[in-house]
Design a protein around this ligand. Structure first.
Ligand code: S5P
Length: 262
């Protein structure tokens, strides 16, 4: 796989996927390829962190179902912060069911994810119907989907032919599938440009006690050609200064990107 030397701005111009275009444009303008994964269980904490990291991120990643005091006002506040700081919202729902079920999970229930999350993601395990189902809800709302082609955790089964089949599925739905959650750039075919977002990024630790594995922004963006670093506990973990860490990861991610395109 060759490393992409094009800037995010150039890729925005060339992209055929509306949301990728928006994402690349935002990254170029705001000079950040950092996404913060805010895995906290209290509404107030989620909003507080989102507001603090807002100026430094291109994308806020949520796990909305872990928030104990979830209500519609949380969604309204997140949307307001997204506007205030100019970032997109990614609900990391990891859908993994048949098309007809994911349609309902995406549009309905308490969370009504499709109504507020610019981006969500899905495991390709059920086959292409999962994309068709999500697309029927998301595309009319200008939403985008990431497929989990690889995972950052030790022993992940998403490797080899599974990852290859995921790329083929994405190619058949380029209007809705904007790219992948993966550890590296997966495709450099002429005329297509999937965005790659990589979790499992840390500057201080190598992993956690439950199989998470961390690499540095330099490895992920520079050597492996990914586009967005997803960082959680490295920024908001115990005793951390959230703003200081967000700046630090933003700077590290951006430096790795500049080193790659130059
Ligand atoms: O392979 C993956 C895919 C995802 S989306 N590995 C991951 O860790 N994630 C998510 O990224 C995970 O659900 C969590 O929200 C975040 C990583 O958090 P951290 O605290 O380990 O940086």
């Amino acid at each position: 796989m060759s490393i992409v030397r094009k800037s995010y701005g150039e890729r925005a111009k060339l992209s055929t996927n509306d949301l990728s275009k928006k994402m690349f444009d935002l990254m170029e303008k705001k000079q950040t390829n950092l996404s913060v994964a805010v895995d906290v269980t209290k509404k107030r904490e989620l909003i507080e962190i989102a507001d603090k990291v807002g100026p430094y991120i291109c994308l806020l990643k949520t796990h909305i179902d872990i928030v104990e005091d979830f209500d519609n006002d949380l969604v309204e506040q997140l949307k307001r912060l997204a506007k205030k700081h100019n970032f997109l919202i990614f609900e990391d729902r990891k859908f993994a069911d048949i098309g007809s079920t994911v349609q309902l999970q995406y549009s309905s229930g308490i969370y009504k994810i499709a109504s507020w999350a610019d981006i969500t993601n899905a495991h390709p395990i059920p086959g292409e119907g999962i994309i068709t189902g999500l697309k029927s809800i998301g595309l009319p709302l200008n939403r985008g989907l990431l497929l989990l082609a690889e995972m950052s955790s030790a022993g992940s089964l998403a490797t080899g032919s599974y990852t290859d089949a995921t790329i083929s599925m994405a190619r058949r739905h380029k209007d809705f599938v904007m790219g992948f959650v993966a550890g590296r750039r997966l495709s450099d075919r002429e005329g297509e440009d999937f965005i790659t977002m990589s979790p499992g990024v840390g500057l201080d630790d190598k992993g956690d006690s439950m199989g998470q594995q961390y690499r540095t922004p330099k490895e992920v963006i520079g050597a492996c050609g990914s586009d967005v670093i997803i960082v959680g506990r490295g920024i908001y973990g115990k005793g951390k200064d959230v703003v200081k860490e967000a700046k630090r990861y933003r700077d590290a991610g951006w430096a790795a990107y500049l080193g790659r395109i130059e």
